[in-house]
Write a protein that binds this ligand. Structure first.
Ligand SMILES: NC(=O)c1ccc[n+]([C@@H]2O[C@H](COP(=O)([O-])OP(=O)(O)OC[C@H]3O[C@@H](n4cnc5c(N)ncnc54)[C@H](OP(=O)(O)O)[C@@H]3O)[C@@H](O)[C@H]2O)c1
Length: 382
């Protein structure tokens, strides 16, 4: 028995975590269930539920691990519980795990390394460099994508992740001091050395994507994209399509909002990242709840959950889009991956798209300081 087979044997337990009225209604609905396929295992992600980001094959839905070290959306139950959620995801067929040096900082990579060590060869680990954060103050301090810094942090990442290679290495944000050709060239060398397998960029400017891709093919762009923030539709998604680059939406369930995780009365603790997002201010929430109402209506109509509608919409748009919902709970992970069984007929997608187009989301998506370092173009090489 391989390690993955062993943890797959726990699939039944994982799916049992979704037991209850919601799960019962899901399994009786239009989703792809193991029963419907005539196999014994409960449905997680189907074995053929794979997508490609450039040349990299991943499960059609990944797992965002950022909330698991407690620095974004409030405290988590325990480290052991988070390890279990990650292993449960692997057992359910998730092969794509997302972390970053900046999450924690460092502790999120360590968590993922510990959780996945026994199934390392069966999964794809994505991480990101480029922020220099102080482990004590936990504050984002500055950007650094100088080649020597990238090389140094990759060595440290490999140790924390307990691996000899990073499957997908993203630049977390464009460094306005470093030409992207130098960044892509360094990652290309690391690929040549076998320490990195694929290259990605997060929230870059469009010209920077094309320049990077000319030096080292980019497998994936990771930007925020959801029913709550559709910015990438203007330039980035068409560019990805043109260049054959995959797209990984972060915050695909709107930081919990689109899953119906909070109401318009929600008030966030100042340590919660969402407290600094204008779109979640009391006034904006009142307006923006219209999107949750619409998603709830469609969830009822398609006999699934709001989180599943939000994820299924992303999956329906392009076959090279792979959302990475973040969660600290096995039940939510199991619910989210079942979105791969929710499909939109073309007339439904048209109807849904025109309904979301009538809703105006108000309030910026994040704090000004974060927005200022998004969509930035790297300086030219002189
Ligand atoms: N590249 C970047 O700059 C960047 C930025 C942000 C995030 N990311 C990556 O993208 C991943 C996903 O983004 P995200 O975690 O910010 O946001 P998200 O996936 O949109 O939402 C995560 C939040 O939604 C809740 N949630 C998830 N599924 C749920 C469900 N089925 N029902 C109810 N609540 C649910 C989670 O709470 P529970 O824990 O209670 O489930 C968590 O608070 C991150 O984990 C990270 O890996 C990248």
């Amino acid at each position: 028995m391989t390690d993955l087979t062993k943890i797959k044997a726990s699939r039944r337990d994982i799916l049992a975590a979704t037991a209850g009225a919601a799960a019962a209604s899901l399994l009786s609905g239009g989703l792809t269930t193991a029963k419907a396929q005539g196999v014994e295992q409960p449905a997680g992600l189907p074995a053929d539920g794979k997508r490609r980001l450039g040349d990299l094959e991943v499960s059609s839905i990944g797992l965002g691990c950022m909330p698991m070290t407690g620095t974004y959306y409030g405290p988590v139950s325990s480290r052991d519980d988070m390890i279990k959620v990650i292993r449960d995801a692997a057992a359910a067929g998730v092969t794509f795990f997302d972390t970053a040096e900046a999450y924690g900082p460092f502790t999120n990579e360590e968590l993922l390394g510990d959780a996945l060590a026994s199934v390392r060869n069966e999964v794809v680990i994505a991480t990101k460099f480029g922020f220099v954060r102080n482990a004590e103050s936990r504050q984002g301090t500055r950007l650094d994508s100088r080649p020597e810094h990238i090389r140094q942090v990759v060595e440290a990442m490999l140790k924390r992740l307990k691996t000899d290679r990073i499957d997908l290495l993203y630049q977390h944000r464009v460094d306005p001091q470093v030409p992207i050709e130098d960044v892509a060239g360094t990652v290309k060398e690391l690929i040549g050395e076998g320490k990195v397998l694929h290259f990605g960029l997060s929230e870059p400017g469009p010209k920077t994507i094309a320049r990077a891709h000319a030096v080292q093919p980019v497998a994936a762009i990771q930007n925020e994209y959801s029913l709550l923030w559709r910015g990438p539709e203007a330039e980035i998604l068409p560019l990805c399509e043109k260049l054959g680059i995959g797209f990984v939406p972060w915050s695909p369930v709107g930081m919990g909002f689109l899953a119906g995780a909070f109401t318009s009365e929600a008030r966030f603790d100042k340590t919660d990242y969402r407290a600094g997002c204008p779109r979640f201010s009391p006034e904006a929430l009142k307006n923006n709840m219209a999107m949750v109402t619409l998603v709830r209506e469609w969830a009822r109509r398609k006999n699934c959950t709001p989180a599943q509608i939000s994820l299924a919409w992303l999956l329906a748009l392009k076959p090279w889009i792979v959302p990475i919902p973040g969660t600290t709970k096995t039940a939510h992970m199991a619910e989210n991956i079942k979105a791969s069984g929710v499909t939109f007929a073309s007339d439904e997608l048209e109807e849904f798209n025109s309904a979301i187009g009538r809703i105006q989301i108000v309030g910026e998506r994040g704090p000004a300081g974060v927005l200022a370092i998004s969509g930035v173009e790297a300086p030219p090489r002189t």
